[in-house]
Design a binder for this molecule. Structure first.
Ligand code: FES
Length: 68
């Protein structure tokens, strides 16, 4: 589905860019041109960006009582 009509960018292209390391709207704009003309695609492109970023999980800290 087209996300950015002005630059003919699809959601698939955005997800591929994220897989290739894009993490911010600025990077997305530089790579694909998303949100660089009328700007109407910005909100949806950001939603895709936020929902597709790899999750960073933090391991729970070791409990002091069990670590000894
Ligand atoms: S729809 Fe993306 S800049 Fe216009």
């Amino acid at each position: 589905m087209y996300v950015c009509v002005c630059r003919a960018v699809t959601d698939r292209q955005i997800r591929q860019a994220i897989d290739e390391g894009v993490r911010t709207m600025r990077e997305l704009r530089l790579k694909l041109g998303v949100c660089s003309a009328c700007g109407k695609c910005g909100e949806y492109a950001k939603e895709i960006l936020d929902s597709s970023k790899p999750r960073i999980t933090v391991a729970p800290a070791k409990d002091a009582a069990t670590a000894a």
